[in-house]
Ligand binder design. Sequence first.
Ligand code: NAP
Length: 259
Amino acid sequence: MLSSIAGKTVLVTGGSKGIGRGIARVFGAQGAKVMIAARDEKAAKQTVEEIQKRGATAAYHLADVAHWDSVLELAKATENVFGGIDILCANAGIFPQKKITDLTEQDWDNVLATNLKSTFLCTKACIPYFEKAGKGRVIVTSSITGPVTGYPGWSHYGASKAGQLGFLKTAAMELARYNTTINAVMPGNILTEGLESLGETYMARMASAIPLKRLGTVEDIANAALFFASDEAGYITGQQIIVDGGQTLPESLDAITEI
Ligand code: NAP
Protein backbone atom coordinates (compact mmCIF):
# COMPACT_ATOMS: atom_id res chain seq x y z
CA MET A 1 0.00 0.00 0.00
CA LEU A 2 1.45 3.35 -1.07
CA SER A 3 1.36 6.42 1.17
CA SER A 4 -1.55 8.75 0.54
CA ILE A 5 -1.50 11.73 -1.78
CA ALA A 6 -4.71 12.97 -0.14
CA GLY A 7 -4.82 16.75 0.19
CA LYS A 8 -1.97 17.30 -2.28
CA THR A 9 -2.56 19.53 -5.29
CA VAL A 10 -1.93 17.98 -8.68
CA LEU A 11 -1.83 19.98 -11.89
CA VAL A 12 -2.67 17.76 -14.86
CA THR A 13 -2.04 19.34 -18.25
CA GLY A 14 -4.26 17.82 -20.91
CA GLY A 15 -6.42 16.55 -18.05
CA SER A 16 -9.69 17.02 -19.92
CA LYS A 17 -9.42 13.98 -22.20
CA GLY A 18 -7.77 10.60 -22.69
CA ILE A 19 -4.80 9.70 -20.50
CA GLY A 20 -4.85 13.03 -18.66
CA ARG A 21 -8.48 12.53 -17.73
CA GLY A 22 -7.55 9.08 -16.41
CA ILE A 23 -4.76 10.60 -14.31
CA ALA A 24 -7.12 13.30 -13.02
CA ARG A 25 -9.75 10.68 -12.08
CA VAL A 26 -7.29 8.34 -10.35
CA PHE A 27 -5.52 11.12 -8.43
CA GLY A 28 -8.89 12.64 -7.49
CA ALA A 29 -10.09 9.26 -6.20
CA GLN A 30 -6.98 9.17 -3.97
CA GLY A 31 -8.02 12.47 -2.38
CA ALA A 32 -5.79 14.84 -4.33
CA LYS A 33 -7.06 18.30 -5.34
CA VAL A 34 -6.99 18.21 -9.13
CA MET A 35 -6.42 21.19 -11.44
CA ILE A 36 -7.05 20.36 -15.08
CA ALA A 37 -5.48 22.42 -17.87
CA ALA A 38 -6.67 22.32 -21.47
CA ARG A 39 -7.79 24.70 -24.23
CA ASP A 40 -11.33 23.49 -24.87
CA GLU A 41 -13.67 24.55 -22.07
CA LYS A 42 -16.48 22.08 -22.80
CA ALA A 43 -14.35 18.95 -22.26
CA ALA A 44 -12.52 20.46 -19.26
CA LYS A 45 -15.81 21.38 -17.55
CA GLN A 46 -17.29 17.96 -18.25
CA THR A 47 -14.29 16.18 -16.75
CA VAL A 48 -14.28 18.39 -13.66
CA GLU A 49 -17.98 17.72 -13.12
CA GLU A 50 -17.42 13.99 -13.56
CA ILE A 51 -14.63 14.01 -10.94
CA GLN A 52 -16.68 16.14 -8.54
CA LYS A 53 -19.63 13.75 -8.88
CA ARG A 54 -17.33 11.01 -7.59
CA GLY A 55 -16.79 13.11 -4.45
CA ALA A 56 -13.35 14.46 -5.35
CA THR A 57 -12.06 18.04 -5.57
CA ALA A 58 -11.34 19.40 -9.04
CA ALA A 59 -11.20 22.62 -11.04
CA TYR A 60 -10.05 23.63 -14.50
CA HIS A 61 -8.12 26.49 -16.02
CA LEU A 62 -7.95 27.12 -19.75
CA ALA A 63 -4.35 27.33 -20.92
CA ASP A 64 -2.16 26.70 -23.93
CA VAL A 65 0.88 24.86 -22.62
CA ALA A 66 2.94 25.88 -25.65
CA HIS A 67 3.13 29.49 -24.42
CA TRP A 68 5.00 30.76 -21.36
CA ASP A 69 2.51 33.53 -20.41
CA SER A 70 -0.35 31.06 -20.47
CA VAL A 71 1.59 28.48 -18.41
CA LEU A 72 2.57 31.12 -15.86
CA GLU A 73 -1.09 32.15 -15.52
CA LEU A 74 -2.01 28.48 -15.11
CA ALA A 75 0.43 27.99 -12.23
CA LYS A 76 -0.83 31.18 -10.54
CA ALA A 77 -4.46 30.11 -11.01
CA THR A 78 -3.69 26.73 -9.43
CA GLU A 79 -2.19 28.46 -6.41
CA ASN A 80 -5.16 30.82 -6.17
CA VAL A 81 -7.66 27.96 -6.21
CA PHE A 82 -5.81 25.31 -4.19
CA GLY A 83 -3.03 27.19 -2.35
CA GLY A 84 -0.02 25.71 -4.15
CA ILE A 85 1.21 22.93 -6.43
CA ASP A 86 2.63 19.64 -5.14
CA ILE A 87 2.57 17.47 -8.24
CA LEU A 88 2.78 18.34 -11.94
CA CYS A 89 1.64 15.80 -14.51
CA ALA A 90 3.03 17.22 -17.76
CA ASN A 91 0.76 15.22 -20.02
CA ALA A 92 -0.75 17.48 -22.71
CA GLY A 93 0.21 16.40 -26.18
CA ILE A 94 -0.83 16.19 -29.80
CA PHE A 95 -0.04 13.57 -32.44
CA PRO A 96 -1.02 14.69 -35.95
CA GLN A 97 0.26 12.08 -38.40
CA LYS A 98 2.19 13.34 -41.45
CA LYS A 99 5.06 11.80 -43.38
CA ILE A 100 8.30 13.77 -43.69
CA THR A 101 7.64 14.56 -47.36
CA ASP A 102 4.42 16.40 -46.41
CA LEU A 103 5.53 17.74 -43.04
CA THR A 104 5.98 21.52 -42.94
CA GLU A 105 8.24 23.56 -40.70
CA GLN A 106 5.09 24.83 -39.00
CA ASP A 107 3.81 21.29 -38.34
CA TRP A 108 7.16 20.42 -36.79
CA ASP A 109 7.25 23.55 -34.60
CA ASN A 110 3.67 23.07 -33.47
CA VAL A 111 4.21 19.49 -32.27
CA LEU A 112 7.56 20.27 -30.67
CA ALA A 113 6.10 23.32 -28.88
CA THR A 114 3.01 21.50 -27.60
CA ASN A 115 4.74 18.28 -26.54
CA LEU A 116 8.32 19.20 -25.66
CA LYS A 117 8.62 22.94 -25.01
CA SER A 118 5.55 22.64 -22.79
CA THR A 119 7.33 20.10 -20.58
CA PHE A 120 10.08 22.65 -19.93
CA LEU A 121 7.64 25.56 -19.49
CA CYS A 122 5.34 23.73 -17.07
CA THR A 123 8.25 22.37 -15.03
CA LYS A 124 9.81 25.85 -14.80
CA ALA A 125 6.52 27.47 -13.78
CA CYS A 126 6.00 24.96 -10.96
CA ILE A 127 9.47 25.26 -9.39
CA PRO A 128 8.59 28.22 -7.10
CA TYR A 129 5.66 26.22 -5.69
CA PHE A 130 7.80 23.12 -5.10
CA GLU A 131 10.40 25.32 -3.41
CA LYS A 132 7.73 26.81 -1.16
CA ALA A 133 6.33 23.37 -0.30
CA GLY A 134 9.80 21.96 0.39
CA LYS A 135 9.23 19.14 -2.11
CA GLY A 136 7.60 18.34 -5.42
CA ARG A 137 6.95 15.78 -8.11
CA VAL A 138 6.93 16.04 -11.91
CA ILE A 139 5.55 13.16 -13.94
CA VAL A 140 5.94 13.44 -17.70
CA THR A 141 3.81 11.50 -20.18
CA SER A 142 6.27 10.49 -22.88
CA SER A 143 5.66 7.51 -25.22
CA ILE A 144 7.28 4.39 -26.59
CA THR A 145 7.05 6.15 -29.99
CA GLY A 146 10.30 8.02 -30.43
CA PRO A 147 12.43 6.79 -27.55
CA VAL A 148 11.95 3.09 -28.45
CA THR A 149 9.91 2.61 -31.61
CA GLY A 150 9.10 4.39 -34.85
CA TYR A 151 5.88 4.79 -36.80
CA PRO A 152 5.50 6.35 -40.27
CA GLY A 153 4.03 9.84 -39.99
CA TRP A 154 5.28 10.44 -36.48
CA SER A 155 8.87 11.64 -36.93
CA HIS A 156 8.07 15.01 -35.32
CA TYR A 157 6.00 13.38 -32.59
CA GLY A 158 8.69 10.76 -31.90
CA ALA A 159 11.33 13.49 -31.68
CA SER A 160 9.21 15.40 -29.16
CA LYS A 161 8.66 12.31 -26.99
CA ALA A 162 12.35 11.33 -27.05
CA GLY A 163 13.20 14.97 -26.31
CA GLN A 164 11.14 14.85 -23.12
CA LEU A 165 13.38 12.05 -21.84
CA GLY A 166 16.48 14.05 -22.73
CA PHE A 167 15.07 17.02 -20.84
CA LEU A 168 14.30 15.08 -17.69
CA LYS A 169 17.85 13.76 -17.13
CA THR A 170 19.26 17.24 -16.54
CA ALA A 171 16.02 18.54 -15.03
CA ALA A 172 16.27 15.77 -12.40
CA MET A 173 19.67 17.09 -11.36
CA GLU A 174 18.52 20.72 -11.25
CA LEU A 175 15.26 19.92 -9.40
CA ALA A 176 17.03 17.87 -6.72
CA ARG A 177 17.87 21.05 -4.79
CA TYR A 178 14.12 21.64 -4.40
CA ASN A 179 13.65 18.07 -3.11
CA THR A 180 11.71 17.44 -6.30
CA THR A 181 11.80 14.39 -8.54
CA ILE A 182 10.94 14.16 -12.24
CA ASN A 183 10.18 10.88 -13.99
CA ALA A 184 8.38 9.77 -17.12
CA VAL A 185 5.76 7.22 -18.00
CA MET A 186 6.06 5.82 -21.53
CA PRO A 187 2.69 4.47 -22.65
CA GLY A 188 2.19 1.95 -25.41
CA ASN A 189 -1.18 1.93 -27.23
CA ILE A 190 -3.74 3.24 -24.80
CA LEU A 191 -7.48 3.02 -25.28
CA THR A 192 -8.73 6.60 -25.53
CA GLU A 193 -11.70 8.16 -27.32
CA GLY A 194 -9.47 8.93 -30.32
CA LEU A 195 -8.43 5.31 -30.69
CA GLU A 196 -11.95 3.96 -30.12
CA SER A 197 -13.16 5.99 -33.08
CA LEU A 198 -10.89 3.91 -35.35
CA GLY A 199 -13.23 0.94 -34.87
CA GLU A 200 -13.29 -2.57 -33.36
CA THR A 201 -11.33 -4.25 -36.18
CA TYR A 202 -8.48 -1.77 -35.97
CA MET A 203 -8.29 -2.08 -32.19
CA ALA A 204 -8.37 -5.88 -32.30
CA ARG A 205 -5.47 -5.87 -34.79
CA MET A 206 -3.49 -3.60 -32.49
CA ALA A 207 -4.23 -5.75 -29.45
CA SER A 208 -3.05 -8.88 -31.28
CA ALA A 209 0.45 -7.34 -31.55
CA ILE A 210 0.68 -6.94 -27.77
CA PRO A 211 1.84 -9.91 -25.62
CA LEU A 212 -0.81 -9.16 -22.94
CA LYS A 213 -3.37 -9.15 -25.79
CA ARG A 214 -5.15 -5.95 -24.86
CA LEU A 215 -4.71 -2.24 -25.32
CA GLY A 216 -3.72 -0.28 -22.25
CA THR A 217 -6.27 1.64 -20.21
CA VAL A 218 -5.85 5.22 -19.05
CA GLU A 219 -5.82 3.81 -15.52
CA ASP A 220 -2.76 1.68 -16.39
CA ILE A 221 -0.89 4.91 -17.07
CA ALA A 222 -2.43 6.81 -14.16
CA ASN A 223 -1.37 4.08 -11.71
CA ALA A 224 2.26 4.32 -12.85
CA ALA A 225 2.05 8.11 -12.45
CA LEU A 226 0.56 7.62 -8.99
CA PHE A 227 3.56 5.51 -8.00
CA PHE A 228 5.99 8.24 -9.10
CA ALA A 229 3.92 10.73 -7.07
CA SER A 230 4.08 8.62 -3.90
CA ASP A 231 6.50 9.09 -0.99
CA GLU A 232 7.76 5.56 -1.66
CA ALA A 233 9.13 6.70 -5.05
CA GLY A 234 10.96 9.62 -3.42
CA TYR A 235 14.44 8.27 -4.25
CA ILE A 236 13.68 7.72 -7.96
CA THR A 237 14.43 10.60 -10.29
CA GLY A 238 15.39 11.13 -13.93
CA GLN A 239 13.94 7.73 -14.82
CA GLN A 240 11.26 6.34 -17.09
CA ILE A 241 8.96 3.35 -17.08
CA ILE A 242 7.40 1.67 -20.11
CA VAL A 243 3.74 0.72 -19.63
CA ASP A 244 2.84 -1.14 -22.81
CA GLY A 245 1.68 -4.69 -22.03
CA GLY A 246 4.95 -5.95 -23.48
CA GLN A 247 4.32 -4.34 -26.87
CA THR A 248 7.98 -3.42 -27.40
CA LEU A 249 9.29 -6.90 -26.51
CA PRO A 250 8.73 -9.14 -29.57
CA GLU A 251 11.84 -9.11 -31.76
CA SER A 252 9.96 -10.34 -34.82
CA LEU A 253 6.49 -11.12 -36.15
CA ASP A 254 7.20 -14.81 -35.42
CA ALA A 255 7.90 -14.00 -31.79
CA ILE A 256 4.42 -12.55 -31.29
CA THR A 257 2.62 -15.31 -33.22
CA GLU A 258 4.42 -17.99 -31.11
CA ILE A 259 2.54 -17.01 -27.92
P1 NAP B 1 -5.97 13.23 -26.12
O1 NAP B 1 -7.02 12.29 -25.71
O2 NAP B 1 -6.02 13.84 -27.47
O3 NAP B 1 -5.86 14.39 -25.03
C1 NAP B 1 -4.90 15.39 -25.16
C2 NAP B 1 -5.08 16.40 -24.05
O4 NAP B 1 -4.09 17.43 -24.19
C3 NAP B 1 -6.44 17.10 -24.12
O5 NAP B 1 -6.89 17.37 -22.82
C4 NAP B 1 -6.11 18.40 -24.85
O6 NAP B 1 -7.08 19.39 -24.53
C5 NAP B 1 -4.73 18.70 -24.26
N1 NAP B 1 -3.93 19.61 -25.08
C6 NAP B 1 -3.50 19.44 -26.36
N2 NAP B 1 -2.79 20.51 -26.76
C7 NAP B 1 -2.78 21.38 -25.73
C8 NAP B 1 -2.24 22.69 -25.54
N3 NAP B 1 -1.54 23.31 -26.50
N4 NAP B 1 -2.42 23.29 -24.35
C9 NAP B 1 -3.13 22.68 -23.36
N5 NAP B 1 -3.66 21.46 -23.48
C10 NAP B 1 -3.49 20.83 -24.66
O7 NAP B 1 -4.51 12.54 -26.04
P2 NAP B 1 -4.00 11.28 -25.21
O8 NAP B 1 -4.00 10.11 -26.11
O9 NAP B 1 -4.66 11.19 -23.90
O10 NAP B 1 -2.47 11.72 -25.01
C11 NAP B 1 -2.03 12.35 -23.81
C12 NAP B 1 -0.53 12.22 -23.72
O11 NAP B 1 -0.18 10.84 -23.76
C13 NAP B 1 0.21 12.88 -24.87
O12 NAP B 1 1.37 13.51 -24.38
C14 NAP B 1 0.60 11.72 -25.78
O13 NAP B 1 1.76 11.96 -26.48
C15 NAP B 1 0.79 10.61 -24.74
N6 NAP B 1 0.62 9.26 -25.30
C16 NAP B 1 -0.60 8.79 -25.68
C17 NAP B 1 -0.71 7.47 -26.14
C18 NAP B 1 -2.03 6.86 -26.52
O14 NAP B 1 -2.05 5.70 -26.94
N7 NAP B 1 -3.14 7.55 -26.36
C19 NAP B 1 0.44 6.66 -26.25
C20 NAP B 1 1.66 7.19 -25.87
C21 NAP B 1 1.74 8.48 -25.37
P3 NAP B 1 -7.43 20.60 -25.56
O15 NAP B 1 -7.43 20.02 -26.94
O16 NAP B 1 -8.74 21.11 -25.08
O17 NAP B 1 -6.34 21.61 -25.36
